[in-house]
Structure formats: structure tokens, C-alpha cells
Design a protein around this ligand. Sequence first.
Ligand SMILES: [Zn+2]
Ligand SMILES: [Zn+2]
Length: 93
Amino acid sequence: MSGAPAVGASAAYSPAAPKKLDNVAVPVCTVCGTPVSADVRALQCERCGDPNKWKCIGCLAVSADAYDMLIACKELCWFCHECSEDVVKIKDD
Ligand SMILES: [Zn+2]
Ligand SMILES: [Zn+2]
């Protein structure tokens, strides 16, 4: 019987491997600062698409169910303050 465990297979593992998202700029909610990762429901301005203007549904007072429904219907539109003012002006004309 061999009492020495084989450790060669695990020698290649690097404990310093970078996290998956380290190289990707994860947007954050502009209100509460929550990182908008894949499992965080948040909205980005539909108009200017400014990556710095995300807001999570918690700060938008949108329920997760409503968000999912809107996403499924492709009816979801949210505009940042500046863009929404523009839209209001156009619609009021
Ligand atoms: Zn937030
Ligand atoms: Zn905008």
C-alpha cells in the first residue's frame, strides 16, 4: 500500500486566480451603490444608455414581479432625469 497521497493534480491550482468580474466594470446603483450584477434587477436609462445612471428596482420602487413582467413584455422603459425631462417636453408639444 502506498501511504503517500498524490498531490500533483492539484498543484496547478492557483489560489490567486482573479475573480471573474474583476476585469469588468460592474455598474452600481446611483442611489444606494449596490453593484448591478447579473442577479440584481436594475434599470439603465433607455435613452442615453449612460453606464453611470443605473438604478436598482429597490430605489425605483419597482417590485421584482413588475420588473420581470416588464422585461418579458419588452415594455420596460426608464429614463434618467435629464432624458425624462426631454421626453416630457416632446410629449407635451
Ligand atoms: Zn439602489
Ligand atoms: Zn438618459
